[in-house]
Design a protein. Structure first.
Length: 92
């Protein structure tokens, strides 16, 4: 069985999204980070309340055998992760 991490971000930026993803991401903040591992319960990291990434979420990103799946806006969210959290996830 493949290990799957499902993710979705809610973000804010002073730069309008219609200026393009990369420009928006330069000034973006992650507000909420929803995630679920395999078919477990959905968890939400409220980044506005605590800037420290939850230990379980960090361990998922550190594990090469876990495939990250973006429910909606994967190309957008991976750019945000790179700019805001310095997490580089390849799209495949």
């Amino acid at each position: 069985m493949q290990n799957l991490l499902f993710c979705d971000l809610e973000t804010y930026s002073d730069i309008p999204i219609n200026c393009g993803t990369h420009r928006y991401a330069e000034n973006a903040e992650i507000l909420l980070f929803a995630y679920a591992y395999n078919h477990g319960s959905v968890k939400v990291w409220d980044v506005t309340e605590d800037k420290t990434m939850p230990t379980d979420l960090k361990s998922y990103f550190d594990a090469p055998e876990i495939l990250t799946v973006w429910h909606n806006g994967g190309m957008f969210d991976t750019v945000i992760l790179k700019h805001v959290l310095n997490i580089d996830l390849p799209l495949s």
